[in-house]
Design a protein around this ligand. Structure first.
Ligand SMILES: *[C@@H]1O[C@H](CO)[C@@H](O)[C@H](O)[C@H]1NC(C)=O
Ligand SMILES: *[C@@H]1O[C@H](CO)[C@@H](O)[C@H](O)[C@H]1NC(C)=O
Length: 243
């Protein structure tokens, strides 16, 4: 075989094997600065950024190579103290720096969860308030086929957060809302022990507060399956905070 045709063949194989990179376009539609964080699931390398500052109305695009699973969230009211330690009032990852470097959000935090398949296979994504709420957010597939609906938590759960679940800022305003599991650590809220299956862990008055504000989001561990969304084939995803 001539060198040229080997070269052509190599290109064809690369193309057919689907060297595909998806993108997450992350936008801050909040009227204040946020610090998004990303966490890749066990066994895979982290994305090129695990945490960054995003000014109001700014956006940043990250490349993601499927198969990939992980989550995206955003921190609020972050500061660096005199010793150079970076901390946030909500959804801090505890790294002491803007980059989370493999650490996840300390709840409460609104999360977008992804499982992206390889080679144009099925993607799964959802908005989860299982670990509580800090900001409204949305995820919208771009491209892809079959399903590919947007999902979101548009409501401000902080405005209806019961005092037992509320996390307050220095000025007394509610800046995040714990899930009942996080606040009380009881089996009926965490779906553990005798409550450890979808059949034995019904919604509670607490999870219903989250569900009412954000019907598309997971309000507790065994929330109904309507909260998981799918999309086939090489979609990119637009993620927006305060949509
Ligand atoms: C914290 O962030 C909220 C928005 O989430 C903002 O309204 C408030 O002014 C901030 N508070 C402080 C102390 O920075
Ligand atoms: C900065 O924060 C860290 C952790 O919260 C703390 O240990 C340290 O003393 C703080 N430094 C100053 C100067 O406040």
């Amino acid at each position: 075989m001539e060198v040229q045709s080997i070269f052509g063949l190599t290109l064809t194989i690369l193309f057919l094997s689907g060297v595909h990179s998806a993108t997450f376009q992350i936008k801050n539609n909040c009227g204040f600065t946020i610090w998004p964080g990303t966490l890749t699931g066990a066994g895979s390398p982290q994305l090129s950024s695990t945490g960054f500052e995003l000014a109001s109305r700014a956006s940043l695009t990250l490349n993601v190579s499927p198969p990939w699973s992980g989550r995206v969230w955003a921190r609020t009211n972050c500061t660096t103290n005199a010793s150079g330690k970076f901390t946030c009032a909500t959804a801090d990852c505890g790294s002491g720096a803007v980059a989370c470097n493999g650490a996840g959000a300390i709840p409460p935090a609104s999360l977008i969860e992804f499982t992206l398949a390889e080679n144009g296979g099925q993607d799964f994504y959802d908005v989860s308030l299982v670990d509580g709420f800090n900001l409204p957010l949305s995820v919208t597939p771009q491209g892809g086929t079959g399903g590919c609906s947007s999902t979101s938590c548009l409501g401000n759960v902080n405005s209806v957060c019961p005092s037992d679940l509320a996390v307050k800022g220095p000025d007394g305003s509610v800046i995040a809302c714990k899930s009942a599991c996080l606040a009380f650590n009881q089996p009926q809220y965490c779906c553990t022990g005798a409550f450890g299956s979808p059949d034995t862990c019904p919604p509670t008055t607490f999870s219903e507060i989250f569900k009412k504000k954000c019907p598309q989001a997971y309000s507790y561990a065994y929330d109904d399956k309507t909260s998981t969304f799918t999309c086939n084939g090489r979609a990119n995803y637009a993620i927006e905070f305060c949509p």
